[in-house]
Ligand binder design. Structure first.
Ligand code: ACO
Length: 374
């Protein structure tokens, strides 16, 4: 293959963005200039969502108004609810998320309006409704009654309430909120680039987010948090971890939750999430997965010099919180809707159709032979 071909767009800068940047000098992923770990310590997810969508952190009045808007949009239409009830119970919830956002697009009165104000209103609607749709499916597939959202709960608290019928300890809700903040945005990753590519043909926000969800589902991207848990469940006990990882490396297996296209010496989101994983494990009085975590991480760094990415600590944290494993990536979705929407709006604001070239290596020119002579 020619050196001119940058497979996977490796190292290619395709556009400019104001939304986020990995700043090596402060070892941080930053959203609009603020370090993600600083945001985790001082803000709730709604404040960070506002920041990503509106470019600035909200003041008290703006935050109150934003929460009111989210709360106004949180319920689902009868039509969407009846569709969710008809979806096969064994469907992957990522496919349900994709379908739900697609249906929201069919129902939205502003689907055809891609002006900045209409796109922001639609982004807020998608952000508010997607957790409700996912929680409804969480209940439906277990044969349980759907739980309506409560207006007085936070974004994270409401998700627990709608899935489990109760809000857990404050520290657990905070750990969940932190995971949403860390997942909210990450520049030109594959799902965001998918959303921007769809937008570049001047298609609509619901279509772009539907495509982004499909992209996030893959195990090399968001689907990795689910795979991490499958791996940890297979390892089962800390005593098995060393043998398991040694064999995996001998077989040249890809170990999920490790490696990153951008970070080559550690994902700056991991220490924060690792700390909250520890706090949740203490509350749940279960250190099994923490012990497995540490053993696998140590071997990966020592033997391969490959560090964990944020999906490594989120997987077992969500497990300890009580979520089904296939709901881990959908949780990523409900947060990343903010980043995707901001990128969709940024793409619209300075659009250029995304259309790369390919080096052709197929057949030489041939003449078509009539069907009866082939
Ligand atoms: N386990 C074992 N080896 C790995 C891993 C891993 N998790 N990640 C990278 N490597 C090895 C590769 O085999 C390759 O080795 P080689 O040069 O001997 O062939 C080398 O490191 C470079 O890896 P690439 O896959 O070429 O790097 P790339 O930047 O294309 O891929 C990716 C990054 C896809 C994330 C990769 O590290 C991976 O597959 N990780 C596991 C999946 C995962 O955790 N994804 C989540 C990413 S974070 C996110 O989306 C939120």
């Amino acid at each position: 293959m020619s050196d001119d071909i940058k497979k996977g767009l490796l190292g290619i800068v395709v556009d400019e963005t104001e939304i986020s940047k990995v700043m090596p000098e402060i070892n941080s992923l930053t959203y609009r200039g603020y370090a993600a770990q600083d945001l985790c310590a001082r803000c709730d997810f709604e404040e960070v969502a506002y920041l990503i969508l509106n470019k600035e952190l909200p003041n008290k009045k703006q935050l109150k108004e934003f929460k009111k808007e989210l709360s106004k949009e949180i319920t689902l239409s009868k039509n969407l609810l009846s569709i969710l009830k008809k979806i096969p119970k064994n469907s992957h919830p990522m496919d349900v998320a994709r379908t739900a956002v697609s249906v929201m697009g069919l129902e939205d009165k502003e689907t055809k309006d891609s002006s900045p104000k209409a796109n922001l209103r639609k982004a807020i609607r998608i952000l508010a409704k997607t957790p409700t749709a996912l929680a409804a499916f969480y209940r439906l597939r277990k044969g349980k009654k759907i739980i309506a959202p409560k207006k007085n709960l936070t974004f994270s608290g409401n998700f627990f309430h709608m899935c489990f019928g109760k809000v857990p300890e404050k520290e657990i809700v905070k750990a969940f909120d932190v995971s949403l903040i860390l997942y909210a945005e990450h520049s030109f990753n594959v799902s965001t680039f998918t959303a921007r590519t769809i937008t570049s043909s001047l298609s609509d926000i619901h279509g772009a987010i539907t495509g982004a969800i499909a992209s996030l589902k893959g195990p090399l991207h968001g689907g990795a948090n689910e795979e991490v848990m499958h791996m940890m469940k297979k390892i089962k006990k800390p005593e098995n971890a060393l043998k398991w990882i040694t064999k995996a490396l001998k077989n040249k297996d890809v170990v999920m939750g490790f490696g990153h296209r951008v970070y080559k010496s550690g994902d700056s989101r991991v220490p924060t999430m690792r700390e909250y994983f520890k706090r949740v494990a203490i509350i749940k009085k279960d250190k099994t997965f923490e012990k497995i975590y540490d053993i696998v991480e140590k071997v990966m760094i020592k033997e391969k010099n490959i560090y964990p990415n944020v999906d490594y600590p989120t997987g077992p944290t969500y497990h300890l919180m009580g979520f089904d494993t296939d709901f881990f990536t959908p949780i990523f979705v409900i947060s990343r809707i903010t980043g995707w929407s901001a990128h969709i709006m940024e793409q619209h604001a300075a659009n250029k159709l995304i259309r790369p070239l390919a080096s052709y290596k197929g057949s030489k020119h041939r003449k078509v032979i009539q069907l009866n002579q082939r």
